[in-house]
Design a protein. Structure first.
Length: 104
């Protein structure tokens, strides 16, 4: 009675095996804003065109799938949490009484 669990069981919980609902909402918002700006803003120069396309390009970059992570947004959030949270961890495990002095 051996059971084989596939390694990609998390992908079954994602939309199209890649996106979370938040990712699609974020990307959809960027596309909507870009389409709205394309209708409102006259495209007279290259700079204006790039600025109008920025929401779609930025949100597309954030939901870009990355190996070993979910997407770029996940990498940015984890990096931010790593650098803004406490960096020094005090050991308080089961053998804390064996340590004479906890260095600060």
């Amino acid at each position: 009675m051996d059971y084989l669990i596939p390694a990609n069981t998390k992908k079954g919980q994602l939309i199209l095996g890649v996106f979370r609902p938040f990712d699609l909402i974020l990307f959809g918002t960027g596309i909507f804003l870009t389409l709205l700006f394309l209708l409102i803003v006259p495209l007279e120069s290259t700079l204006v065109t790039v600025l109008v396309l920025t929401p779609a390009l930025l949100t597309g970059f954030l939901v870009l799938p990355i190996p070993n992570y979910h997407n770029m947004l996940t990498i940015i959030v984890e990096t931010w949490e790593f650098f803004t949270n406490r960096q020094k961890y005090i050991w308080k495990g089961w053998c804390v009484k064996d340590v004479k002095e906890i260095q600060k």
